[in-house]
Design a protein around this ligand. Sequence first.
Ligand SMILES: NC(=O)c1ccc[n+]([C@@H]2O[C@H](COP(=O)([O-])OP(=O)(O)OC[C@H]3O[C@@H](n4cnc5c(N)ncnc54)[C@H](O)[C@@H]3O)[C@@H](O)[C@H]2O)c1
Length: 446
Amino acid sequence: MSGERPIGVIGVGWVGLVTATCFAELGHQVIAMDIDAKKIRSLNRRKVPIHEPGIDQLLERNAERLTFTTEMEDVLESARLLFCCVDTPPTYSGDADLSRVQAVVGQLADNGDHALIMKSTVPSGTGRAIRRDASDVAYVSCPEFLKEGTAVNDFLHPDRVVIGADAGAEWAADEVEAIYRPLGGEMVRTDVASAEMIKLAANAFLATKISFINEIANVCEEVGADVTEVARGMGLDKRIGPSFLRAGVGYGGSCFPKDVSALKQLAGNTGYHFQLLTAVIEVNELQKRRVIGKLQKHLGALAGKTIALLGLAFKPDTDDIREASSLVLAARLQGEGAKVRGYDPVAEGPAGKLLPTVELSGSAEEALDGAHAAVLVTEWPEFAELDWASMRDRMATPLVVDGRNFLDPKSLRDAGFAYEGIGLTSSDAQAGESAAEAESAEARSR
Ligand SMILES: NC(=O)c1ccc[n+]([C@@H]2O[C@H](COP(=O)([O-])OP(=O)(O)OC[C@H]3O[C@@H](n4cnc5c(N)ncnc54)[C@H](O)[C@@H]3O)[C@@H](O)[C@H]2O)c1
């Protein structure tokens, strides 16, 4: 593809860095820009500033096709297609904060030569507003569906590629389609507003599935059913499918919470009350409170108790803790007067910034030392491989609340733990209790 103009990527976070390195992998020259000078310095030293499997190799393999800069002029001078990958965090009201997108649009030369390809997640109607403000720039919506932890694979093997363009921007949409075509995903060519809506609706649907199975889990606890069995039986129905049916402490991360509330707000701004999403959000918040209830059931008041959070990232294989369940749990536990420790295999750096009042441990063993309970928040494989029998002796109380139904209840029970999962049969939850009951009672009085 030499001789072609390089592809511009603006914003080099999870989406931007994966986009830039994967386009380079496809043989394109790429110029990637970010306002974060530290990030760009790191990338120019070929050091990946995030934890995302596979990016190091892509960066190394395609180094000669990748340029990183902090200067927008460098990008505008050389690239014609500009893939916008800046962050769109939530505002206090729950709307998407589009200030970074607007900052990018404000820098575009109004000369009709450039096309802005929006990969950031934006509310439906954003494209229309941008075209009003920057009428000479061709605008294409191309939302991103990658998942952190498997982002490179997701990008290179998409289920579908959504490309939304309105009249006048078809040339740019055709070029975007040509770039993605070798990846083999189904092409969904549509208008801009529909493309924007596809992304928000997809995330809202997945979040709904999670809140749905969590409510089923809560009912399972009441009726003595096992949610993992229920989910398996449900998921084998092709109309339902098995994914996103794992009960737990609820969804978190940098996308679901903000995208669900952005869609709810978007609907509300038009005068439509999106009742279902209101419930999805509420169920997700309440789900974290159930962990506190499970701890109190065994320990009584949590004031003065030490609780160890195992896993701080919002999911395994990432060091991203934005909007992670660990943040909510730590705050609630501290609100109850508990002392909170945390351990994560890779997220210690970000945790130091976002969880300043949590005592960070260098290992799971260290976090569990003298703790009254372990709460598994992120299903990192190393937690399943822990020598739980020896952890029992380290802890003040042998109590595990498994927020992801990730550990084996039987082996924990055999090791003398009280084990609480989410929506599991009461026999699993109760079997370990007798062994730990005496110590739990003692702990209550400590
Ligand atoms: N992270 C995901 O899993 C994921 C998946 C799909 C879609 N998205 C969406 O993609 C967008 C980006 O998400 P992310 O997780 O990569 O965000 P991120 O915070 O990791 O990265 C955003 C980057 O944009 C940079 N930036 C901000 N303003 C800029 C500007 N004016 N010019 C240049 N760079 C600028 C920031 O410095 C940062 O490096 C969001 O809208 C998000 O909702 C994210």
